[in-house]
Structure formats: C-alpha cells, structure tokens
Write a protein that binds this ligand. Sequence first.
Ligand code: ADE
Length: 448
Amino acid sequence: MARKTVETPCDVRDLDLARAGKSRIEWAGRTMPVLRKIAARFRKEKPLAGTRIAACLHVTTETANLALTLQAGGADVVLTASNPLSTQDEVAASLVSHHGISVYAIKGEDHHTYYEHLRAGMAHGPSITMDDGADLVSAFQFLATNRIKDLAAPIREWVKTLSDAERGKLLSGIIGGTEETTTGVIRLKAMERDGVLRFPIIAVNDADTKHLFDNRYGTGQSTIDGVLRATNLLLAGCQVVVCGYGWCGRGVAGKAKGMGANVIVTEVDPLRALEARMDGFAVMPIRDAAKAGDLFITVTGDIHVIGREEFRAMKDGAIVCNSGHFNVELDLNALEKMSVKRRAIRPFVEEFTLKGGKKIFVLGEGRLVNLASAEGHPASVMDMSFANQALSAEFMKNNAKKLEKKVYRVPLDIDREIARLKLESMGVKIDKLTREQEKYLRSWDMGT
Ligand code: ADE
C-alpha cells in the first residue's frame, strides 16, 4: 500500500514532507513536559516491551509525541487516522521516515481509504487498542459478534479472507483498550450496558486531568482558532450560538465571550442550561437561536442538532460548523437538498445557496473544525491527555488479568500524579495540609 518504497509499511501523502514534520513534532514536544518525563522513564524501564498497540487517533504533532513515548516504552505502534480531515501529512511522513512507525493516514482521505487505514490498524494484531471515537473497538466488536455485513467494505473484504483460527487469534490477542473522547466513551458504555464489550477499556476522557482541561480549554481555544483560520471572522459583536454545554461547550462559549461575542447556548439538560444561564449566557431553544445566530458551533455529541428547520430559519450569511467528534451534528444532507448550488469558496468553507438566494456557509464539511482548519488542541493541554494515555497503556499491560470487560476510569493516583507533574513543570507550588488540618478533616467532633 506504501506510495513510496520504504521499509516501514505505511500509507501517507508524501514522505518528502518528513523534514517539516520533524521540526513541528519537536516544537509540540517542547510544551509537553509531563509526557517527556514519562518518555524518559519508559526509555529506561521499557514497560511496554512486547506490546503491540494499534492507535486510531488524530495524526497531529501531539499524537506523534505520544507515539514516540509508547515506542520508547518498547511498544510496537501502528497509527491510523481517527478522522479523514484531521491528519497533518508532514507529521505522518516524519513518523514513518524518522522513527519507523507505520502510519496510515492522509488528510482528506475518502470513506473507503479511511476504513482501509483502520483495517491496517486491525491487521497489526494489537494487544492494546487506543481509540479516539471508538471506531477501532467497534470494528473488532462487529468482528467478534459476527456482524461482518456491518463492517465497512475494506474491513469486511479483508475479514472474509481470514480463517476462523485467524479471527480468533486476532480477538484473543487484545488485552484491553483506551478511549480518548467523550463520544467514544458513550459508545463503549453502551457496549458495556448491552453486555457485548469484549475487553476492558480505560476511559481516558473521564480523567479529571483530561476532560477538565482538554475538553474545556483545548476545544474552547482550538475551535475558535479553526473558525478564525477558515473565515477570518471578527468575533467581537458576533452572535455566536453554541449547541451543547458539556465541557467542550463551556470552553467554546467562554472563549467566544472573551473575544467579544454575544453567546447564546442551547441545551437539553436543565442543569447545564441553568449553569450556562448563570455563567452569563442567553439560553434558548435551537429554533429561536437559529434566527439570531451569525455563527453556529455544535458540540453536543448527538445527531442532527441543526437540520432543515434551523437552516430555513437562519439569516443570510450564517456560518455553521461542528466541533463534536462525528460529522453527524449538522444535517448536511438536508442542507444539500434545500440548496440550488454548492461551491467551495475558501479552504474549509463551502457556500450553500438555498432556493430564494439565501446563503449558508459550512466549515470543514461539518467535521471537527478545530482539527480540519486548525491544528487541534495546543500541545500544552494534550500533554495531560496523552500522559493519561501512556500511563493507562502501562496500567493496562500490568493489570490486564485483574480487569473485567468493563469501562474503567483512569486510576485516581495516575490522574493526581499528572496534575502534580503539570504544576511542577509550570513552576507552580501549592500548599500542604498541616497535621492539625488533616486531623480536622478526619474528625467529626473537633473544633466545633
Ligand atoms: N484532539 C484534539 N486536539 C488534538 C491534537 N492536537 N492532537 C490529537 N488529538 C486531538
């Protein structure tokens, strides 16, 4: 499948991009001190020796630093794209050329290629899966439950060529997996609830040092970055509608407000809606928000949050994008049907002209705008997310026999240690409880 002959099997855009990728990976690594520390220990201790990892993640400079950390720990890593538009081609080239890591990812790859790449990850015969959105685990799940027809064509055709023994070996070799994102964790918990989860999963997303920072500050900043790079829009005075007020929505709304936008939040959860209102945002149903917004950003993790009715209600010139994991939040099929013309007007900006002449602009094909038209979250925040990934892989390797087919949190001591190391790297010192204070907290009859 490699487009240029190299020893490392791969499918990347152009290996000649490797030099540019190398310096970008180094640049990101500078602000990933926690991961660096883990890599230094991994290099000495090789805790992942003998582990085969298939990582289906966004192929970015930050992910490259994770892959190198896992490799330093002795793992045999294959990296495949977790989204067709998020790959940084020069990073993919450098991982192959400079580090001998097999990468299967090309920015803008079509549906077939995306799944062909996922197949390559499966064929690696992983002992640990590392997902961002659960696509890899889902494919193994369909294989395990013999739902071969539900597999995407490239995987289905490959699976058909495997003997029962080969299929069995593939499945029984997996000791567990990790999951990076909210959407993936939701899918995996559904598998657990339905009793079909095949192996233990560590929900990296649910670690405090992940979602409180990556989802809030990372998605917050990188989503605005993606919108601005694609459009060069002035946010001051702009009516921004943020759909969803989870940790990502909180981040996006807060950053938009910080740049002078008037922010409207839409929600289905009363508690979150109340929080948004008390955080100072207007809260209303999407039907009403649709009429008011200049820019719409979906971060709900759910399907068809903005559809025909909302598009119909929007102002001429409304800009619509998504920063949730999958490209299902905007009903672009409905928009396409309502339109008489569709054209690319700038990179990552498509203009839809509706009957009657109204124009609606869609960014990044409705895929994660922060990774499609920008670079994803800054390295400093991915430092903590990927420290969780690296330490969770080590934990999985050491504890596989004790773990059941369940979705687990990252152990609290790992989560706390990452926070401690991050603070240390920032030169921030904090206080310690005195003996008296510790005792007070343990007692119920002291100092009343
Ligand atoms: N998800 C969001 N931002 C990312 C990044 N920079 N690298 C990998 N995954 C991401």
